[in-house]
Structures are given as C-alpha cells and as structure tokens.
Design a protein around this ligand. Structure first.
Ligand code: BGP
Length: 468
C-alpha cells in the first residue's frame, strides 16, 4: 500500500486546552474549568467550584476562541489537510441536560469549521474531549448515570445536523480506555469517587454507558448523513514483555486487557472473552441492560483513531499480578520522562489493524518539550523534528511494508497548548510557539519554530521527504 493523495496530514487539539473564553458566548462550565494548573512536582487540583485566587488554565487557554482565524491561517501555511478540534459540549448545551441548544455556541463552530474549509482543511471533530458539562457531574454523578446517554444523544444529533456536509470525520470519546487505566477517570468520565463506593463497579458502569452513548452516536450520525465516518478514540499502549520469560508474555496480555476491552466492544459490537475475563478478575458482572446488546451491535465504529506517545514494559510480579513500567534500556526519554519509541507506533498500527481490519487514524503523537527561544526569539526545535520524522517513518513502514490502512497522521498540539497532565504551558508540542507561561503571563503572540517549515515540507512531499 501507499500513502494515498488523500492522506490526512495535520494536527490535533481539544477545546479545553486552546479555546479559553470559558464564560463567553453562553458557554457553561465543563469539568476542565474547575481544574487548577500543577507542575512537574505538584498535582493538578479539582475544585467543586471556581475558587478565587486559584489559576485555571482552561479559562483562557491560548485564546483560540478569539484568534482562530490567525491560527488556522498559520496551520494552512504548513499545508494542513486536516485539523482535529473538539466541540466543547457545554458551549452547545451549557448545563448538558437542556432541550434547546445554545445558538451562540453553534455559531462559533460554524465560523471555525467554515474557516477550515476555506483553507481546504478537513475538520476532524471529537465529540467529547475531557469537557463533560459540570452540571451533569453534579446533578447525575456523570457517566455513572444512564441519563447522560440521552443528553449526549441530543448533543450529537444537534451537531451532526448543524455541521452536516461540512464535517465528515467524527470521534466519540477521547481516550475512552483511560477510564480503566486512570486511578480516577475524572477527565475521561467525569468521575470522582465517593467514599466507600466500589470503584471498579463505577468504572465498569461508566465505561458501559459511554460505549452505549458512542454506539448511539454512530447510529445517529449515519442516519443523519450516511457519508459520516465515525470512529472511536483510544490511547494505544504498545507493551513489550520484559524478556523472553513466558510469564512476561502473559503479563503483556494481562496489562492490555483493559484496552482491548474498549476496542473489542466498540469495533466488534459485543463484550468478548477479553471483556468477560477481565470482569471476572474484577468480580464484576457484564453490565448489559435490556436492549443494550442490540445497540452495541448496531453502533460499531467505522474506523479506529488513537493516540500514541510511548511504549511500556510488562512483567509478572511473582504474586499473580503484573508490573508495568516505562523503563526500557533500549529507549531514550523525553524531558517528561516518556520513552521515545517510533517502532512502537508501527507495532500499534499492526496490532490494531491485524485484529480489527478497520482503517486507522493516528490522531495524537508528538514530543512535549521545553522550547527555549534564543535571544533573537527564534526556536530551534530539532529534537522535535527528529522525534516526528522517526514516527512518520514508522507510519510509512506500516503502510508500505505491512499493508495497514492508515487514513491520516495528526500530531498533538501543532500550536502550543495547555498540558492535560500538568496544566502547564511549558510542556510544548507545537510547530507554532505561543508566548504564554504557566501562570498566564505573556503576550499570546504566535511564532513559527524551526519545525514549522520542516512539517510543511513533509506534507508537501506527502511524507516522502522527512529529512532536515
Ligand atoms: C492525551 C490527551 C490530550 C493531550 C495529550 C498529551 O492524553 O488526549 O488531550 O494533552 O495526552 O498529554 P499532556 O498534555 O499531559 O502532555
């Protein structure tokens, strides 16, 4: 296979990490709006409400809400074929459970999508990227409650109808499998555990409700426009056995059960043996209600999109459990200690395609690094170029040598944005530098880094030339 001339080169973002304007245009609060910034050493805090004196990075983001024209022009300057954005659910339904959408919110995305299309950039839209309306968390306990499915359906129907014919690629829930992998899935599912509750039971129910909602979104999206292509979005954790001890190969399977759990249900439309064996270990029941099997079967996704940043290493811990670590003697690490493993991206593509035979889209990959401008203001991010070039070569190998069908490659944060993990600005991924510090200081001026022209060349040559 070859990277066709419709291959989607571009980059990805999320509303809560770029837009700002958290109270403008009738927007309601999202779960991101009550989360403070952390740092290398301190964790982000989640508050019940906005507290005076605390710093919440989503409130201003990088001010994309007011600067989207300038930003999209800069992306177009690199020849972007696709741009992934999320629609902020509480911009459309401020509380989440209203019957009537907020027209100003819809109009904002009309303008953004039209701007992209005027530059021949295909919008790739995530329906829910860590932006559940806060009211749904407070009033219903978030995805613990089946009532969120109807709210999500109403929201999906609204945006599928409004942007019909303009948006073709849709993703349902960002990194939905992190609902199991995170200790507390606040970003993914809006869940903060209550004292004494069975945490695994909550995770299983929340995951089920989200996967039902995803299946309903696929059904509604196809009904509104059969041209719609609707994918799931997972974080793909390529995992190696620590060595050739057979126990460690089994440990890899065990470590990845929570990930296959989600892709199996969303791609195969049912709870498979992978799911039932994990549920048995967790002492949980398959959470099916009346009619659910039919919905899951009818709402399987058209493609799989995923993020890939690093790989992990698994070993049996000798006590019947599994240990998963980042340390891998063959790999270097980023400033944030993430292993750098381009081959692991090829492994991910092969693994997912071999298993599901569905088209794939890489929708997040990149290097978070501290970019220090030189005295003349220029930014030489050769380390980022090296990182991305190696990963693009891995995608090409998967396509050209392994015959994997890949729809596109989108880097994470083509313009610097707020980090999810730490809430910092100094963890930068962009080709475009944004003058903004960790506590909101700076002019917000945009500036091209060295990688900007490099990525433009990669796109212009359809990935042929990744040299620098
Ligand atoms: C993924 C999220 C993104 C993004 C990315 C990088 O988990 O989908 O929203 O932020 O990770 O992570 P971080 O921002 O912590 O560097």
């Amino acid at each position: 296979m070859e990277l066709g001339n419709r291959f989607l080169w571009g980059g990805s973002t999320a509303a809560n990490q770029i837009e700002g304007a958290y109270r403008e245009g009738g927007k309601g609060l999202s779960i991101a709006d009550v989360e403070t910034a952390g740092s290398h050493t301190t964790k982000r805090q989640i508050h019940d409400r906005i507290e005076e004196g605390a710093y919440y990075p989503s409130h201003e983001g990088i001010d994309f809400y007011h600067r989207y024209k300038e930003d999209i022009a800069l992306l177009a300057g690199m020849g972007f074929k696709a741009f992934r954005l999320s629609i902020s659910w509480p911009r459309i339904f401020p509380e989440g459970d209203e019957q009537v959408p907020n027209e100003e919110g819809l109009a904002f995305y009309d303008a953004v999508i039209d701007e992209l299309l005027s530059h021949h950039i295909e919008p790739v839209v995530t329906l829910s990227h860590y932006e559940t309306p806060l009211h749904l968390v407070e009033a219903y306990g978030s995805w613990r409650s089946r009532e969120l499915i109807a709210c999500f359906e109403r929201y999906c129907r609204t945006v599928f109808t409004r942007y019909r014919g303009k948006v073709r690629y849709w993703l349902t829930f960002n990194e939905v499998n992190e609902t199991f992998n995170q200790k507390e899935p606040y970003h993914q599912a809006g869940i903060r555990f209550r004292p004494g509750e069975d945490q695994l039971a909550v995770k299983v129910v929340a995951a089920h409700n989200m996967m039902l909602a995803s299946a309903r979104a696929v059904m509604i999206g196809h009904e509104i426009d059969p041209e719609n292509r609707i994918g799931c979005m997972v974080q793909w954790p390529t995992t190696y056995p620590k060595d050739c001890n057979p126990e460690n190969k089994l440990a890899v399977r065990q470590a990845m059960l929570p990930d296959y759990y989600f892709t199996d249900v969303m791609c195969r439309g049912r709870y498979t043996n992978v799911c039932t064996s994990l549920l048995r270990q967790w002492k949980q029941e398959v959470p099916l209600g009346a009619g659910d099997e039919q919905i899951l079967a009818a709402g399987t996704v058209d493609f799989i999109s995923f993020s890939y940043y690093f790989s992990s290493v698994a070993s049996a811990d000798g006590r019947g459990g599994v240990q998963v670590v980042h340390e891998n003697p063959y790999l270097e690490r980023t400033d944030w200690d993430w292993p750098i493993d381009p081959a692991g991206l090829r492994v991910a593509l092969d693994d997912l395609y071999d298993r599901y035979q569905l088209p794939l889209m890489v929708v997040e990959n990149g290097l978070g690094a501290c970019d220090d401008p030189a005295e003349d203001g220029s930014i030489d991010d050769e380390y980022r170029i090296r990182f991305l070039a190696a990963h693009i070569e891995a995608v090409k190998s998967a396509v050209q040598e392994d015959d994997v069908e890949v729809l596109g490659y989108l880097t994470w944060g083509p313009i610097d944005l707020v980090s999810v993990g730490t809430g910092e600005m100094k963890k930068r991924y962009g080709f475009i530098y944004v003058d903004r510090g960790d506590r909101g200081e700076g002019t917000l001026e945009r500036r091209k880094k060295r990688s900007y022209d490099w990525y433009a060349k990669v796109i212009a040559t359809n990935g042929e030339d990744t040299s620098w």
